[in-house]
Design a protein around this ligand. Structure first.
Ligand SMILES: Nc1ncnc2c1ncn2[C@@H]1O[C@H](COP(=O)(O)OP(=O)(O)OP(=O)(O)O)[C@@H](O)[C@H]1O
Ligand SMILES: [Mg+2]
Length: 567
């Protein structure tokens, strides 16, 4: 019997490895720039032509190599960064496999010039993995690698390359990401001889972020600093009011190494809770610091992904970190053009018997259900209902207009989130149980959310058929129509109308809040309006409702004065 198994020659093995490590020009750029960073470079210059298909050149002023090391470097599994498998645990350099240079050299016309600044420089040329020559050269300390005609000997791979513009975009993205990770190094990217990116060395993280993402975006970010268990999450998250459905930037790092993980990004988004519209995608820049032993960076051929030992805990840490940053923001910093105004009457106003500026947060017990002692004089200013939809009042700094539905929705959302998290709310028992016919989809939605329904006060029985019976219902306000609310909610849940929510409890709470809140067009009494405002100002959610619409609009007094020509 003849032998069918053979060991592949090194050149073939390198080409196969190249298939994994070197997918496109941007992967070459990534490997070469990472090598430069590992070599401690302070300046890194990248030049590409034709989307990197014809030329990629990366030069650095890092440690460089002596002649023997240079020759070794292009050999498979030649690395200066680890010595044993044990070193893999806790590796802090980008590289560790000793694979990149030989892989790139096996699929291109490759040249490397390097000098360690002590001995003579070395120039090495390789074609399709075969060394052509090793010669003495002249160069200052550092390394330049030139990669021409990428994939010239692997036509199948070459065919998969996209347009020059598209490959250039990927290269730009790669360089930008590494530049974000290393503000201490300077980067220069030249595309077809035109400068595309140029950032000086020794920037601080915020300067670098502004340089790469633009000042406008950087100006909407707030710092994240959070530690829990083995995780330290630092970086920046976008202010909720500035998040938009498109154009977001999200970049994750683990111990300074960029990686991709859509689920962790989603966990970060969950940290915004109801602070953003479900369709909005906030920009994020987060570095997850963790003991190197708790993260495996060797799980992806191009090191684009990592594996956390405590995956769930990592997600929770990221979510909490963002929530923490945003929470502080909502409490302390004006969001958008909204400013929490003192709600007491303006000095000099005729109804001046009310006390001075009130801290309503203190006045109200935030616990749902707990009957808070109400200061009768709070919101003594006359409240005007406009179009049975808005509540208008005067505050020292101007006129405040509140959308009644949106305000109530926000109040209920917070209350329901609290109820879902803790003890169940007791619904009001109905004298006559309410019977409703539902569709199959709606019945499924009831089954899926039974627990939450009970917690907000809907004690619901199903009888196998399409009929459900409500024994108890919540009572968020006197004119609440429990049957209609239940119906609308279940229909929303079944239709996935609130599907944008990452967290199912929040989705449920948003649905309930929207359906249970007083509607536009309902006439409210002075007492009801006052009660609503008191509750609204006791919440700590941002100034828009669960759909992202404004809850509060303010007309500053200066604006009035300007319009009437008083200043
Ligand atoms: N720009 C550079 N400056 C100095 N030394 C370099 C440079 N590029 C590569 N080297 C040396 O060559 C070795 C091989 O590089 P290569 O990228 O192939 O492997 P690696 O970086 O060790 O691991 P990986 O395959 O994970 O990137 C490196 O370990 C390093 O010692
Ligand atoms: Mg490398």
């Amino acid at each position: 019997m003849s032998r069918r198994i053979a060991i592949l020659p090194d050149a073939v093995a390198d080409q196969i490895a190249a298939g994994e490590v070197v997918e496109r020009p941007a992967s070459v750029v990534k490997e070469l720039v990472e090598n430069a960073l590992d070599a401690g470079a302070r300046h890194i210059r990248i030049a590409v032509e034709n989307g990197g298909k014809t030329l990629i050149e990366v030069s650095d002023d890092g440690s460089g190599m002596g002649r023997d090391d240079a020759v070794l470097a292009v050999d498979r599994h030649a690395t200066s960064k680890i010595r044993s498998a044990g070193d893999l645990v806790g590796v802090t350099t980008f590289g560790f496999r000793g694979e990149a240079l030989p892989a790139i050299a096996s699929v291109s016309r490759f040249a490397l010039v390097t000098s360690d600044g002590e001995s003579e420089a070395t120039e090495l040329t390789i074609t399709g993995g075969r060394i052509d020559q090793v010669a003495a050269a002249a160069r200052q300390r550092g390394t330049s690698v030139t990669v021409r005609a990428l994939f010239f000997n692997t036509p199948a791979r070459r065919k998969f390359l996209r347009s020059a513009a598209s490959e250039t975009r990927a290269i730009h993205e790669t360089v930008a990401t590494l530049a974000l990770a290393h503000p201490e190094a300077g980067f220069e990217l030249e595309v077809d001889a035109a400068s595309r990116l140029h950032v000086p060395p020794a920037q601080d993280a915020v300067e670098r972020l502004a340089a790469i993402w633009g000042r406008d975006l950087a100006g909407t970010l707030v710092p994240v600093r959070y530690a829990a268990g083995p995780f330290r999450v630092t970086g920046y998250a976008q202010r909720p009011g500035d998040a938009r459905p498109t154009g977001r930037r999200a970049q994750l790092f683990v111990n300074g190494r960029p990686f991709k993980d859509p689920f962790l990004v989603r966990a970060a988004e969950a940290g915004y809770r109801a602070a953003i519209h479900p369709g909005d995608r906030p920009s994020l820049f987060l570095d997850i610091g963790v003991t190197p032993a708790d993260v495996d960076v060797n799980v992806h051929p191009a090191k684009l992904e990592v594996r956390f030992r405590e995956r769930i805990a990592a997600e929770r840490a990221v979510e909490e970190a963002v929530r923490d940053a945003i929470g502080a923001l909502v409490a302390a910093v004006p969001v958008g053009d909204w400013r929490p105004m003192p709600v007491a009457p303006a000095a000099g106003a005729p109804w001046r018997d009310a006390p001075g500026t009130l801290d309503l947060g203190e006045l109200l017990a935030p616990e749902p259900g707990a009957a808070a002692p109400r200061e009768e004089s709070a919101f003594r200013v006359p409240l005007v209902q406009l179009f049975d939809t808005y509540i208008l009042y005067e505050a020292p700094e101007g006129i405040v207009i509140v959308d009644q539905h949106s305000a109530h929705e926000r109040v209920l959302f917070e209350r329901v989130m609290a109820q879902l998290g803790h003890a169940a709310a007791v619904g009001q028992r109905m004298l006559l149980p309410l019977t409703l016919e539902l569709t199959d989809e709606e019945l499924d939605a009831v089954e899926a959310h039974r627990e939450e329904l009970v917690r907000v006060g809907f004690d619901v029985d199903t009888f196998g058929g399409r009929t459900v019976v409500l024994h108890t219902v919540p009572a968020p306000h006197p004119r609440f129509d429990a049957g209609a609310c239940f119906r609308e909610m279940v229909a929303d849940l079944a239709r996935g109308r609130f599907g944008g929510w990452a967290n199912r409890l929040e989705r449920f709470a948003a649905t309930f809040a929207c359906r249970a809140a007083v509607k536009a067009g309902e006439t409210l009494s002075q007492a009801e309006m006052r009660e609503l405002l008191l509750q609204l100002f006791a919440t700590d959610l941002p100034p828009h409702d669960v759909h992202g619409r404004s809850t509060i609009v303010q007309l500053p007094r200066e604006e009035l004065e300007r319009r009437f020509g008083r200043r």
